[in-house]
Design a binder for this molecule. Structure first.
Ligand SMILES: [Fe+2]
Ligand SMILES: [Fe+2]
Length: 217
């Protein structure tokens, strides 16, 4: 199979696995309360930090320089998203002085331990970031319905252009590096495992917080 056909096939597989994780937009009446925006943005905050740390963690142990730089770029983007979400939470009255991130979820524990450039790109830039983009789109729809124009502005103007660029970068890197049957199998396995672990993580967070339509990944 030529590289373009492989990446197209992997994209279809990924999108089919992620589709059930991207809930249809709830209306503002659905399981929402005055605290909904703060709860959702706190999930996003933890996520942006987790992805910043993950991409940074992978840089020194990735051999290919263009992939190192892709992870570095992602880490910088996610750190910037963290600051944007933190500012929005502060404006909504959340005191982040005592914020400390929770222990890594099973999803991020799996990702941290991933070895191999192709598996990392397939799991991170290609799958997790595609999920982030899609769930953020639903979150934006909800914020529009709730009249939260400032959160919409932050996501539309700053966060989503980056979250869209990351899976595109993942596609380019998979096209370049997923060149053998063994590497392609690693990529397929990573996509499947991320979809599975992310689905479990999102379901647990929704149950814990009592709100659906969570941003982040
Ligand atoms: Fe982000
Ligand atoms: Fe991201």
């Amino acid at each position: 199979m030529d590289p373009a056909s492989f990446v197209d096939e992997l994209t279809r597989t990924r999108d089919a696995l992620l589709a059930p994780l991207v809930a249809p937009t709830p209306t503002p009446d659905d399981a929402d309360d005055a605290d909904g925006a703060r709860k959702r943005l706190l999930v996003a905050l933890v996520n942006e930090l987790s992805v910043t740390e993950l991409a940074s963690h992978w840089i020194p142990t990735t051999r290919e320089v263009d992939v190192k730089i892709a992870f570095a770029r992602q880490a910088g983007d996610e750190a910037s998203h963290f600051r944007l979400v933190a500012s929005r939470l502060a404006a909504l009255g959340v005191d982040l002085e005592s914020f400390s991130p929770p222990a890594p979820s099973p999803l991020f524990a799996y990702l941290r331990d991933l070895e191999g450039t192709v598996a990392r790109v397939a799991a991170g830039l290609f799958t997790l970031e595609a999920l982030a983009y899609s769930v953020n789109e639903r979150f934006i729809d909800l914020c529009v319905a709730l009249g939260d124009e400032e959160t919409v502005r932050i996501y539309r103007s700053y966060i989503q252009p980056d979250e869209l660029a990351h899976p595109h970068l993942g596609r380019e890197l998979l096209h370049k590096y997923a060149t053998t049957p063994a590497l392609r199998d690693e990529a397929r396995a990573a996509v499947g495992r991320v979809a599975e672990l992310a689905g479990a993580a999102r379901a647990a967070a929704a149950a814990r917080l009592g709100v659906t339509c969570l941003p982040g990944c």
